[in-house]
Structures are given as structure tokens and as C-alpha cells.
Design a protein around this ligand. Structure first.
Ligand code: TYM
Length: 332
């Protein structure tokens, strides 16, 4: 029986962090065993913010290295750069004919960008979800492992797929967002506001490249208060966040111990954060070290990307040929 197809991507806009790991990469690593996986660096997507051309290559190679350091095996999956697959922008162009200005303008991530970068509201930003749909549909993926923040984009990919099928004939399955747990993940930032992020909130985000002291410093600065005064009282958001982070990297027994101390009002947040900092260091340090080693072997990374692009183009060229034919672009 053929395996289900999985696609997901990570933008090469900065250092990967714990949110990328637990929202996406942890799932990639588990899925590589049982699915037909295509994982890529979304370097075209990163161009919406006009990064310095001389940074691009290092950014792409770092994302590849950090994925492998997190457990991805390039022998088991296709690991490639989006810009190595010309069939993706071709499908993006075809899909743009089925995407409407009104629906694109309503996307919350677009509205956010309009607010935060009003001087650079370019068409690439507006059609970002269409490019994402092309990334996913080019391999006819059914599962898309992503964090909670990408849920709506995957829903749009599903809409575009249905629209294409309806107009031109059945080609695409419906892609669904995926997480091995019950719900998609949102890893909170350390300051109690929002989520960990590549581009904002650097002091409240734990990066896979952070050194041990920086990890300790960031964790110790996490927002807390003077502690509960009533047994079993409700937890403020920022304390919940610390428990959530502990749940990701510490032993279950450790989390239970601190939960008990919270409930009987004996908790000392300083101790809890020290414990969390050490557990974070133990989690991040080996990934960081492996990623550094991989980045020092540029030739090795280049080979991996080339092999990944070859695998990905094989599947992408089949889909684009079918899409062109259904649309009527087969003249000869
Ligand atoms: P990006 O590069 O912002 O993030 C990569 C992955 O990490 C997840 N993520 C999080 N998960 C939980 N908590 C967080 N704090 C957190 N921050 C990030 C994201 O949900 C994502 O899964 N548009 C995408 C890249 C993309 C893509 C695709 C994804 C391009 N084409 C096709 C899937 C399929 C993005 O900017 O992700």
C-alpha cells in the first residue's frame, strides 16, 4: 500500500526556536518513519521582507542543519529548498487565478503585516497563502504538520484545492493540518505575551542556537509573581506558560511536583525556573552542537539539498503536467 503524502516547510528568516521544534519538527521526525515526506526550506516565502541577498544561503543552510540536528534523516525524506523546484512557482501562478483579492485581504496574518509593516505591503505578502497552497498541492499532500499559527493557511490550501478540482476535474486531495497530539501546538513566549517567534520577541524566545548561559538567562527572566496565596487557585497565563514549557522538556514527575507545590502554595518560582533552565539546556545543547557541526560541512549540506530537490522534482513534475493538461495547456 502506498504511504500517505506529507508536506511542510519552514521559512528561512532567522534562527529556529522551540516553537518550530514542538509545533513542526518534532512531528516531521516522527512522520518520516511511516509517511512519504517532503520537507523544505521556504526561501521564496522569506523574500516578502527583502532579506539581504548575502544572508540568504547561510539562512537556508542553517534551517537544513537544524532540521537534521533535530532528528530528520535526509535518506528517509525529501529535504529541499523551495527555490530549487520551479514547478512550485508555476502551480502558484495557476492557483493565483483561483484566489480572490477579498479572501486574501481577510487573512489575519496579512492584516497583521499591514499593521506592522505598512511600507511593504507587497503582492507576495497578499498571495502568501497561494504560494503555501502550491507548496502543499504540488506533491498532493494529505497531511501538513504545522503549529497552530499556520492552521488557517492550510485551510486555505484546502479551499484552493477544492476550487481547482471543481473547475477543472479531480486532481488534488484535501490537505489537513496535522499534529501527533490532539491539537495543533502553540509554544508561548517567556514573557507571557504571544508565542515564540523567529523575528519578534528575541529575549522571550528560546532558539536552538542559544548557548547554555543565554538559555539560563532567558528562562530566569520569565515573568512570574509572588506566588499563589489560596490553595488550588487559578493560574495566571504567564505561570501556565512556564508549566507548559516545563511539560515540553522536563520529566513528567518534575512537572507534577511543581504543580503540587503550586496547589498547596509552597511553590518558589525561582527554583522552578532554575529546574526549567537546566532541563532546557539539556534539551537544546545537543541539537545546537550537532547543527554547528553540520553547518561546518557545507559540501555535505549541498549534497543533501541537491538529492532532496531531485526527489521533490520527480513528484512535482508529475503534478504540474496533470494540472496543465486539466486546464487545457496541452497544445502539441
Ligand atoms: P514558520 O517558518 O513561521 O514556522 C515553521 C513551523 O513552525 C511552527 N511554529 C510554531 N509552532 C508552535 N508554536 C510556535 N510558537 C511556533 N512558531 C512557529 C509553524 O506553525 C510552522 O509549522 N508559512 C510557513 C512556512 C510554509 C509552510 C508551507 C508550512 C511555507 N509553505 C507549506 C507548511 C506547508 C511559515 O512561515 O512557518
Amino acid at each position: 500500500m502506498s504511504k500517505e503524502i506529507v508536506v511542510s516547510g519552514i521559512r528561512s528568516t532567522g534562527y529556529l526556536h522551540l516553537g518550530n521544534y514542538f509545533g513542526a519538527m518534532k512531528n516531521y521526525v516522527k512522520m518520516q518513519e511511516d509517511y512519504d515526506c517532503y520537507f523544505f526550506v521556504a526561501d521564496y516565502h522569506s523574500l516578502t521582507t527583502h532579506p539581504d541577498p548575502k544572508d540568504l544561503k547561510a539562512n537556508v543552510f542553517r534551517v537544513v542543519a537544524e532540521n537534521i540536528a533535530s532528528g530528520l534523516d535526509p535518506e528517509k525524506v525529501a529535504l529541499y529548498a523551495q527555490s530549487d523546484i520551479p514547478e512550485i512557482p508555476e502551480l502558484y501562478l495557476l492557483m493565483n487565478m483561483l484566489a480572490y483579492k477579498g479572501e486574501l485581504e481577510k487573512v489575519p496574518t496579512f492584516k497583521d503585516k499591514v499593521r506592522t509593516q505598512p511600507d511593504n505591503v507587497n503582492a507576495g505578502l497578499l498571495t502568501y497563502p497561494v504560494l503555501m497552497a502550491a507548496d502543499v498541492l504540488i506533491h498532493k499532500a494529505v497531511k501538513v504538520p504545522v503549529g497552530k499559527d499556520q492552521e488557517q493557511h492550510v485551510e486555505m490550501a484546502r479551499n484552493f484545492a477544492n476550487r481547482f478540482n471543481h473547475r477543472y476535474g479531480d486532481l488534488f486531495p484535501e490537505p489537513q493540518p496535522f499534529n501527533f497530539g490532539s491539537e495543533l501546538v502553540k509554544v508561548p513566549s517567556l514573557d507571557g505575551t504571544g508565542k515564540m517567534s523567529k523575528s519578534e520577541n528575541g529575549n522571550a524566545t528560546l532558539y536552538l542556537a542559544d548557548d547554555d548561559d543565554l538559555i539560563r538567562k532567558k528562562v530566569m527572566k520569565a515573568k512570574t509573581d509572588s506566588g499563589p496565596t489560596e490553595p488550588n487557585s487559578e493560574m495566571p497565563d504567564y505561570v501556565q506558560n512556564i508549566f507548559q514549557l516545563m511539560h515540553l522538556v522536563s520529566k513528567p514527575g518534575t512537572v507534577d511536583t511543581y504543580r503540587g507545590m503550586y496547589n498547596d502554595c509552597t511553590i518558589r518560582y525561582g527554583d522552578m525556573k532554575k529546574q526549567l533552565a537546566e532541563d532546557m539546556v539539556a534539551f537544546i545543547a545537543p541539537i545546537r552542537q550537532k547543527a554547528i557541526d553540520l553547518q561546518n560541512d557545507e559540501d555535505g549540506l549541498r549534497k543533501i539539498l541537491k538529492a532532496g530537490a531531485e526527489k521533490a522534482r520527480e513528484s512535482a513534475s508529475k503534478t504540474i503536467t496533470e494540472a496543465r493538461k486539466l486546464i487545457g495547456i496541452n497544445y502539441y
